[in-house]
Design a protein around this ligand. Structure first.
Ligand code: CAA
Length: 394
């Protein structure tokens, strides 16, 4: 039985900051951000969006009634969740109106959470072939104003419907994963901003990729020539390129050209959204699939997942017949086209604006946020979520 990705949904907030404007404001050569780091626009979340709403918005248009009935497991990967106890998956389960006979959990290991979710989903479906699993990767990446990490911030979510006989990508069984305790990037519970040892994080990302790739080739008896494309976790789009470069000479000229072309296509969405942590690898896959007409059924795509701290995994998927029919290119084009630019000072004000942390209540203005699902405020220490279409408040 094939198991894998049946549908992919994506959401980013309706506001963005142009990286050239940010560079000019910070007295940095814009080429550093657009070429050296490889980012053009950074999604900026309004107060009315958090990890829960971003994920719900990524899934809300993707699921039909049959899916909602069949989903019996919601796995929410995030490193910027909103509650230390209640899982973000439970909120999304309600906001989307899913079958109550379901499990709903949150998974954390930095940017690796959604990959763990996919592998758990695969095992669940192997035992329960009729069920479907909703895997979410949703985050707001924050490093701080005028920090080295600032150019690699972002916000957004990817929703993956995992099922038997999937229409987009069948996930293959061979995979290699690796864990080592390192401090390359972390966020203590008292901080709403991440800490990063930038140089170490870049080195470890590549070291983890080398380890899992070398082991994978032996375990699966495959080589670079067997791949139509390799997608990477993209904290910024230059990062995956640095990792790809380390293995490119394993392929012949034609393979190198193919992998480089497809790498570029796999970065288009990420370049315009920024780092979305858990969803980044899957946004890259989505970008590749929605930007090319060259990939065909049977093509193998490699996936490198990296979650700082750190866990890395290399796994693969096979494209399914007519996979293009199951993508939502128009919806995603419309989402990008409808975004509005904010100035650097507007972005800075939004960055510094924070929800109360002293237990006081707040009501947020949700009419200016075009998203279907919004955070409407906090009352009695409870987040108040609204699905404007369902007209429900949680
Ligand atoms: N024109 C063109 N390129 C230029 C340039 C210019 N004028 N000026 C600089 N550059 C290039 C540099 O040569 C460099 O390229 P290479 O990496 O290819 O050498 C690139 O721009 C970046 O320059 P610096 O290394 O000087 O940049 P920095 O030290 O200020 O910050 C960073 C870069 C370390 C990635 C920083 O943004 C950061 O700390 N980000 C957060 C951590 C991160 O994303 N780590 C990635 C791996 S960890 C991970 O993947 C998990 C995760 O999601 C966080």
């Amino acid at each position: 039985m094939k198991i894998g990705i049946d549908k992919i949904g994506f959401y980013a907030p309706h506001l963005y900051l142009d990286m050239t404007r940010l560079a000019e404001n910070r007295n940095i050569d814009p080429d550093k951000f657009t070429i050296g780091i490889g980012q053009e626009k950074m999604a900026v979340p309004p107060m009315t969006q958090d990890a829960v709403t971003l994920a719900a918005n990524a899934a809300v248009d993707m699921l039909n009634d049959v899916d909602k009935e069949a989903i019996d497991f919601v796995i929410f990967g995030t490193e910027t969740g909103v509650d230390s106890s209640k899982s973000a998956a439970v909120y999304v389960h309600e906001l989307l109106g899913l079958n109550p006979y379901a499990r709903a959990i949150e998974v954390k290991q930095a940017c690796y959470g959604a990959t763990a979710g996919i592998q758990m989903a695969k095992a669940h479906i192997a035992m329960n072939p009729g069920s479907k699993v909703l895997v979410l990767g949703s985050d707001i990446a924050r490093y701080g104003l005028s920090t080295p990490g600032e150019a690699t911030q972002g916000a957004g979510a990817v929703a993956l419907l995992i099922s038997a006989e999937p229409h987009i990508l069948a996930v293959e069984d061979e995979s290699v994963y690796f864990t080592a305790d390192i401090m390359d990037f972390w966020r203590p519970v008292y901080s709403d901003k991440a800490f990063a040892d930038g140089k170490l994080s870049n080195e470890q990302y590549i070291a983890f990729f080398s380890r899992v790739w070398e082991q994978y080739k032996t375990k699966a008896d495959l080589e670079l020539n067997d791949f139509a494309a390799v997608c990477y976790h993209l904290p910024y789009t230059k990062m995956g390129y640095k990792a790809l470069k380390t293995v490119l000479d394993e392929g012949n000229e034609e393979v190198q050209e193919r992998l480089l072309t497809n790498y570029k296509l796999s970065t288009v969405y990420n370049r315009n959204v920024g780092n979305i942590y858990t969803g980044s690898l899957y946004l890259s896959l989505l970008s590749l699939l929605e930007q090319t007409n060259e990939l065909t059924a049977g093509d193998r795509i490699g996936m490198f997942s990296y979650g700082s701290g750190a866990v890395g995994e290399f796994f693969t998927g096979i494209l399914q017949p007519d996979y293009q029919d199951y993508l939502s290119i128009e919806r995603h084009n419309a989402l990008f086209a409808s975004r509005s630019e904010v100035t650097v000072s507007e972005y800075e004000a939004m960055f510094d604006d924070a929800l109360p942390t002293d237990g006081s209540a707040v009501e947020l203005e949700i009419d200016s946020d075009p998203a279907r699902v919004c955070l409407a405020g906090i009352a009695d220490n409870k987040r108040q979520y609204v699905n404007k279409e369902k007209n429900t408040t949680l």
